[in-house]
Design a protein around this ligand. Structure first.
Ligand code: A3P
Length: 341
């Protein structure tokens, strides 16, 4: 690059607006007893209180300086909000509804996880996944890239919303807590040992990865009218997936024929995606990142499962947490659909 070009690049580089500090209590009792998989510790960012892995704290600026492209599609969510489902959908729309290719290549290879390489120390990450998710690999990846991230917008590259197409998905916080609880039990790098109530308390206190929940969602909600942002709810995907496929296609300037629509809807069904997971079980076992006796990633795929998990007392506290955090906002969640498959 010419000196001139280099200077241009540098003058455009913006400084990461958040400072990350190690949380000492994240590696001592009682926290580490119920999150034993997180023995590398966590960091908290200020301002904002964003909580994530220590590895991310060391390298957050690399992600902030990552260059989005005009023909990228990004899937951004708070974790357990229907990310995987939406990635599959966005990938299909960005790739001519090629359901055959989607069946052949695992999603994590087709749609890399931006900060996935920062969840744990690189040497603990399976090599195959590292090679695909490392930021350098992402930089070289041909277009169109479909990139997943759970980071809040203020930690993503500052040019993102004016450069790339972004699909943000939100899910009601009660189902997110329940789904995340199972997720934290499933993955060895969390290995959560506490109760659902413990997990809900840590979630409300903003002490689990990707917390705090409300600033994440409310910031995206405030940007829902940006031309490059499509804001979706998990519950609307459950209610009318066909309409959501059409909206995603319009957002990415693509058209979907009726024949493609039928195939896409079939591919995106919970049953189909869950069966793909079941088929790849041996491979996941080999990688050694999941606890084998802790269920599956495609768990229930329903709205309102929180009703099967929360005591009346816990539910009351969660209602209050939601009410306090949504005061003054016009964001409303559907906590359970009247009808669902
Ligand atoms: P549950 O744990 O409630 O079943 P993420 O991909 O963000 O981690 O979200 C995972 C959640 O999305 C899980 O919720 C999973 O079952 C659900 N999900 C994945 N695919 C789905 C589909 N095709 N239909 C409905 N829900 C789906």
């Amino acid at each position: 690059m010419s000196q001139e070009g280099k200077e241009d690049d540098e003058s455009q580089a913006q400084e990461l607006p958040v400072k990350f500090n190690f949380i000492p209590e994240s590696i001592t009792s009682p926290f580490i007893d119920i999150f034993p998989g997180q023995n590398e510790g966590m960091v908290r960012g200020e301002p904002g209180g964003f909580v994530f892995s220590r590895e991310y704290g060391r390298r957050a600026n690399e992600i902030y300086q990552f260059k989005p492209r005009k023909d990228d599609a990004w899937v951004c969510t708070f974790s357990k909000s229907g990310t995987t489902w939406t990635q599959e959908l966005v990938w299909l729309i960005a790739n001519g509804c090629d359901t055959e290719k989607a069946k052949q290549i695992p999603l994590q290879m087709r749609s890399p996880y931006l900060e996935g390489d920062y969840l744990i120390s690189p040497e603990k990450m399976p090599q195959e996944i590292r090679e695909c998710w490392a930021l350098e690999a992402l930089t070289k990846r041909p277009s169109p890239r479909v990139i997943k991230s759970h980071l809040p917008f203020n930690l993503l590259p500052p040019q993102l919303l004016e450069t790339s197409k972004v699909v943000y998905v939100a899910r009601n916080p009660k189902d997110v807590i329940v789904s995340n609880y199972h997720h934290f039990k499933l993955f060895k790098f969390h290995d959560f040992k506490g109760t659902l109530e413990d997990f809900a308390n840590y979630s409300m206190d903003g002490q689990i990865y990707y917390s705090p929940y409300f600033p994440h969602v409310l910031d995206a909600w405030s940007k829902r009218h940006y031309p490059n942002v499509l804001f979706l709810f998990y519950e609307e995907m459950k209610q009318d997936l066909r309409a959501v496929v059409e909206r995603v296609a319009a957002h990415l300037n693509q058209t979907v024929t009726e024949e493609q629509m039928v195939r896409v809807l079939e591919y995106l069904s919970f049953k189909n995606l869950a069966s793909t997971e079941a088929a790849g079980k041996e491979k996941v076992k080999e990688m050694g990142i999941m606890n084998e006796d802790a269920g599956t990633f495609f768990r229930k795929g329903k709205t309102g499962d929180w009703k099967n998990h929360f005591s009346p007392e816990l539910n009351e506290r969660i209602d209050k947490w939601i009410q306090d955090n949504l005061a003054g906002s016009d964001l409303k969640f559907v906590m359970e659909l009247d009808k669902q498959d």
